[in-house]
Design a protein around this ligand. Structure first.
Ligand SMILES: [Zn+2]
Ligand SMILES: [Zn+2]
Length: 181
């Protein structure tokens, strides 16, 4: 796999894994998320990826590459704030309180009206996974360039998983963008 060699940047140990799931792999019927009416629940980042992948397929921009997000302090629990229209997302670590603009969103921060996300259970503590859809080359292979960005949340309290924000993001190289998550 072309992504196997990717490691976290020396200045940012956020990235534990990047895994290029092909969309078809995500629809294996031996993987079962709990589907409770309108809501889907999962146990971990892997379940969140499946939910995000299904969402990506429904938009027509399937997610090609993911990253599960972990703070430099080691925690993977965050508060999450976003403004899709402005293309801005902010995560705040629940442990060390470090706050960070995700992807290239710092450049659009001034125009953003951030929404603080709260789960239907009342918790605002989430695990986060980011994903990107990449452009296709003429031969239908994956290009390096990002076309669409997704950020999904799994509630640390009740396990609800969902894609909480997605927007058109033509930042350039997908590896670079995922490292900025
Ligand atoms: Zn932290
Ligand atoms: Zn919840």
């Amino acid at each position: 796999m072309e992504l196997d060699g990717i490691r976290a940047g020396e200045d940012d140990p956020t990235f534990l894994s990047m895994c290029p799931f092909a969309p078809t792999m995500l629809l294996r019927d031996d993987i079962m998320l709990r589907d409770d009416g309108d809501y889907t629940y999962g146990d971990d980042h892997a379940d969140l990826r499946i939910e995000m992948a299904n969402y990506g397929l429904s938009t027509g921009y399937p997610i090609d590459s993911f990253v599960d997000i972990r703070c430099a302090c080691g925690s993977d629990g965050f508060e999450f704030h976003s403004d899709e229209e402005a293309g801005v997302a902010v995560r705040r670590c629940g442990s060390c309180r470090h706050e960070r603009f995700m992807a290239d969103s710092a450049g659009f921060a001034e125009e953003a009206k951030l929404t603080s996300h709260v789960c239907i259970c009342g918790s605002s503590h989430f695990q986060l996974t980011a994903g990107v859809h990449r452009y296709r080359r003429d031969d239908d292979s994956l290009a390096e360039e990002v076309r669409w960005t997704y950020i999904g949340c799994r509630c640390a309290s009740c396990g609800l998983v969902g894609c909480y924000a997605d927007w058109k993001c033509e930042h350039g190289n997908y590896e670079t963008l995922l490292r900025l998550m």
